[in-house]
Design a protein around this ligand. Structure first.
Ligand SMILES: Cc1ncc(COP(=O)(O)O)c(C=O)c1O
Length: 370
């Protein structure tokens, strides 16, 4: 979507915690990222982007496109139509990462889809919530803001000339199934999820996130003195493998194959949180976004070399450095390594965070601009 809508140097507004595939799009297109701040919700994976901040960036940055993620992995939603109106009023294209929304619009109780709410393009990972084979996905377009010819050219650059007919057939089968199956088949899991939410909300220290996507149950475990990652480990010990964990949440998801017993087991397993000693230290807040010295594309093609992380202050990173938790990058290729970033990443390492991005799996070295 980014490659089809932007030319080198064009600005794209996107959330700092956009999926790493967005960085790939920025590199391929040579676009300039402008990071929108997220809403003020305690859990960033639940909060909507800040609308006023986005409006200010639309006015000051003259972007070519805005990329928003909806629903989030955790199932949060926001009023995309309101955002679409502002974005289109500024003459800008709205791209939506709808990876977690292949099921949107399939039942009145499910979230409305991005195209219905005004997006110009949305990409859905059909393999995530529907039955397509991994990595089957669909790109949906609407209206004339995105030049379809450029979309085709971008796709032919990115895709193999020998597509997997297994994946294509599975996409068509998933589509056909949803077209023909009665939408009521979504009603039972939606109802069970509601009942499970009510039950879990009554457990000590647990807060169930406001319903977004009704097929997702986001449970804030911080009141039990746990991070989402720790809670996911405890659930795994109880035999419940959770779909996703964030800094503060564990997220379960339902599908037409979910049975009431599955949710019973989830609620029972949540009782185990009370048997574990809570940790007390809060995770450090994210540092300010560091200055961008090179565009991601320039950084990608520049010469780089590894140096010990302990000597990296002041250098320009050649790597993405994304600690989990919380899963938002502290460094994007081309950004200056500031004292705040050094302190933050040192603290995160001491707390046992995993680092996605660096070539050195132990993050003892980092690649910097040569
Ligand atoms: C928000 C978001 N966007 C995009 C993707 C990439 O999707 P895929 O793995 O189907 O390429 C993911 C993967 O989890 C994601 O969470």
């Amino acid at each position: 979507m980014i490659l089809a809508s932007c030319r080198p140097g064009d600005a794209v507004i996107l959330p700092r915690d956009a999926h790493m595939s967005a960085l790939g799009g920025l590199i391929l297109a040579g676009a300039r990222p402008v990071y929108s701040s997220l809403g003020a919700m305690e859990d960033r994976s639940w909060g909507p982007p800040d609308l006023e901040d986005l409006s200010a960036a639309l006015a000051s940055q003259a972007p070519r496109a805005v990329l928003l993620t909806r629903p989030s992995y955790a199932g949060s939603l926001f009023d995309l139509d309101v955002y679409a109106e502002r974005i289109h009023a500024a003459g800008v294209t709205l791209l939506v990462d709808e990876a977690h929304g292949a099921h949107v619009g399939l039942h009145p109780a499910l979230p409305e889809g991005a195209l219905a709410l005004g997006a110009d393009a949305a990409v859905q990972s059909t393999h995530k919530m529907l039955g397509a084979l991994t990595p089957g996905a669909m790109l949906h377009l609407k209206g004339g803001r995105l030049d379809q010819d450029r979309v085709h050219r971008a796709l032919s650059l990115l895709q193999t000339t020998s597509p997997s007919y297994l994946v294509l057939a599975s996409l068509d089968a998933a589509r056909r199934k949803e077209a023909l199956a009665p939408p009521e088949r979504w009603e039972a899991p939606i109802r069970w999820a509601r009942l499970a939410r009510e039950r879990i909300a009554g457990l000590p220290g647990l807060r169930v996130m406001p319903p977004g996507d009704p097929l997702k149950i986001g449970i804030d475990v911080t009141g039990a003195g746990l991070s989402g990652y720790e809670a996911a480990d405890i659930l795994a010990q109880e035999g419940v493998i959770i779909e996703h964990a964030t800094h503060r949440l564990v997220v379960a998801f339902m599908g037409p194959g979910t049975r009431p017993g599955d949710l019973e087991r989830l609620a029972e397993a949540c009782l185990a949180f009370a048997r574990h000693a809570p940790r007390n230290e809060p995770d450090p807040p994210m540092p300010p976004i560091p200055p961008m010295v090179l565009l991601p594309r320039e950084a990608f093609f520049a010469e780089s070399r590894p140096i010990p992380w302990s000597r990296a202050l002041g250098e320009v990173s050649a790597e993405l450095v994304c600690p989990y938790p919380p899963g938002a990058p502290a460094l994007v290729p081309g950004e200056r390594i500031t004292p705040e970033v050094v302190e933050y990443l040192d603290d995160m390492r001491a707390l046992g965070a995993q680092f996605v991005g660096p070539a050195d799996p132990n993050f003892e070295t980092i690649r910097i601009m040569a």
